[in-house]
Design a binder for this molecule. Structure first.
Ligand code: ADP
Length: 547
């Protein structure tokens, strides 16, 4: 007789509803806080959070929000934003987190392209939305959230106010049954070429991503963590950490409006934060501050750093000066966002410092759930030898399968089911991925590739350097040549020749920048990364100065 293997295990949908309901019961006493500028932190418990989220869901229903509707947020990191993170998808709606730093024209495009029906706006950010309101035909309703920023514009009375809405709503006591393939959230990529592109996350993708993110070999998140959310909640779901944190029942602290490096240091110290994450530019600023002003950040068990390359010298400084080993991660909005995190394997623990940092300066090996490969220009797979450099491609249950309503970007997906990341990488025999560059940042000098990331990292290990970005400038003979734009540490007198002489013994001849421009600050993107597009534009007609 043939064995029958159907219907043997429950087909239980992998939805965020499970995380919420479980934590509501198990972790009711755990706490959530938000920094409110100029005032003590706002604090409440998971029980309060759950009750308010259920009320908010009731309010969404009375606002006429239906399954599949896009509910946008235009907000700082806060407990209210967290309530929306849960109430919208658990009601069957799709949470669309808008980047508060985008230009009015990009915002208008994104809101219209997503067809958002409602926008929840922090009061201090209202003027931005007010300025484009007339150009948003799909938006039926706007709700204003009191973010506590002094001097914020008066709440416009024609729009409902969040607190009144929540207080007056009937809580939802039973969530709708959802399919795991239902859409839960969406984010747009910053779109360095063409229009921004929308990525829609399913419940299943987020569920599996959170489980992986919490594993010991990724961020090792647990109930006893105190997690500070600095990564903006519009940047790839704040790396999905507000979802994972609720999943494990960790205490959470939200950064609030306009957070600055001294606020971050104070929060880590006062709240005994054990885990937080941000882009490298944030950690560069905080390192300087901690060294100067002596904040105690020793409660941190690790710091997630990613979004752009984490300089080796920075990681070494955090380990040596503050006893914190950073977790260098690589990911993308298109990957919910995690792809890889660097961990030493057990047999690497007794390697020399130098060799260990060779590993830490890579972005790690693939997370469980993510397949990675590198391919050459013809699409042929390259070996994992640490030498061959090719385009990094990924696949897995939390990797985008297509952009939202965007057939023009079909070329980002291969015929055999992989997503083309646009990053250039090597993978070594142990599986550690090294991001050489974004395709558009690579410098090709006379047929030789120069990794701008490698050169930047070396420059940033110079004791007088705060930040450095290396870009390609046009060259009549070599086509492109590297130009280093360097920001000295405050109070340091730095000569360009010092950088060149520092690099000379460490770099191949063709990789040595032609010149060093001393600048005041490296321009940053809306999520705090080095914005090389702006530098390339600034120096597009660059010619060497006469000696
Ligand atoms: P944005 O386009 O706004 O930067 P993402 O945050 O989705 O949006 O950017 C993803 C990209 O960031 C990756 O494709 C990669 O180029 C870069 N990146 C992320 N993490 C790292 C890292 N640890 N090292 C180098 N580059 C990184």
């Amino acid at each position: 007789m043939t064995a029958r293997f159907d219907n043997l295990m429950m087909s239980y949908p992998l939805t965020l509803t499970h995380f919420f309901e479980r934590s509501r019961r198990l972790f009711a006493k755990k706490t959530i806080a938000t920094r409110v500028p100029g005032r003590p932190l706002f604090r409440y418990t998971y029980a309060d959070f759950a009750e308010r989220t259920m009320r908010l869901a009731g309010a969404l229903a009375t606002l006429g929000i239906r399954r599949g509707d896009r509910v946008a947020t235009f907000a700082w990191n806060s407990h209210r934003h967290l309530e929306l993170y849960w109430a919208a998808p658990l009601s069957g709606a799709v949470l669309h987190t808008l980047n508060i730093r985008l230009s009015p024209s990009d915002l208008t495009y994104i809101i219209n392209h997503a067809g958002d029906s409602t926008i929840f706006v922090d009061a201090s950010l209202w003027p931005v939305i007010a300025g484009i309101r007339d150009a948003l035909p799909t938006v039926r309703r706007i709700v204003i959230m009191p973010d506590g920023v002094a001097g914020a514009t008066e709440t416009p009375t024609e729009h409902p106010e969040y607190e009144a809405l929540v207080a007056g709503a009937e809580p939802v006591r039973e969530w709708p049954a959802l399919a795991e393939t239902d859409a839960a959230g969406m984010c747009y990529t910053s779109g360095t070429t063409g229009h921004p592109k929308g990525v829609v996350y399913t419940h299943r993708a987020m569920f599996l991503h959170c489980l992986a993110e919490a594993t010991a070999d990724l961020f090792g998140l647990s109930e006893n963590d105190r997690i500070l959310h600095i990564v903006p909640m519009f940047h790839a779901n704040s790396w999905c950490l507000p979802y994972s944190a609720v999943m494990v029942g960790a205490d959470q602290i939200f950064a609030g409006a306009n957070i600055q490096p001294p606020d971050i240091c104070r929060l880590i110290q006062a709240e005994k934060v054990t885990f937080t994450g941000a882009v490298p530019t944030v950690w560069i600023a905080i390192k300087e501050l901690c060294e100067k002003e002596g904040y105690d950040i020793s409660s941190l068990r690790t710091i997630a750093i990613g979004g752009s390359a984490a300089p080796r010298s920075l990681q070494q400084a955090y380990a040596k000066n503050f006893g914190v080993q950073m977790s260098h991660a690589w990911g993308m909005t298109e990957m919910t966002p995690l792809g890889t995190v660097t961990r030493l394997k057990s047999y690497m623990e007794d390697w020399s410092e130098e060799k260990k940092y060779d590993v830490y300066s890579r972005v790690g090996y693939a997370s469980v759930g993510v397949d990675v490969r590198i391919v050459d220009d013809s699409g042929a797979e390259l070996p994992w030898d640490g030498e061959c450099m090719g385009e990094l491609q990924v696949r897995g249950p939390w990797v985008v399968a297509s952009y939202y309503d965007n057939p023009e970007s079909a070329d980002r997906f291969t015929a055999d089911g992989w997503f083309r990341t646009g990053d250039v990488a090597t993978i070594d025999a142990e599986g550690y991925v090294q991001i050489t560059d974004r395709t558009k940042d690579l410098i090709k000098s006379g047929g030789e590739w120069v990794s701008s990331v490698d050169v930047e990292n070396l420059i940033m290990s110079h004791p007088k350097v705060l930040e450095a970005a290396v870009i390609a400038v046009p060259h009549p003979k070599w086509v492109e040549r590297p130009l280093a734009c360097v920001v000295p540490k405050p109070g340091s007198a730095l000569e360009p020749s010092e950088i060149i002489e520092f690099l000379r013994p460490q770099l191949a001849r063709w990789a040595l920048p032609d010149a060093v421009e001393i600048i005041d600050a490296v321009p940053k993107t809306s999520v705090g990364k080095f914005d090389k597009k702006v530098l390339r534009e600034r120096y597009k007609s660059w010619t060497p100065r006469q000696a």
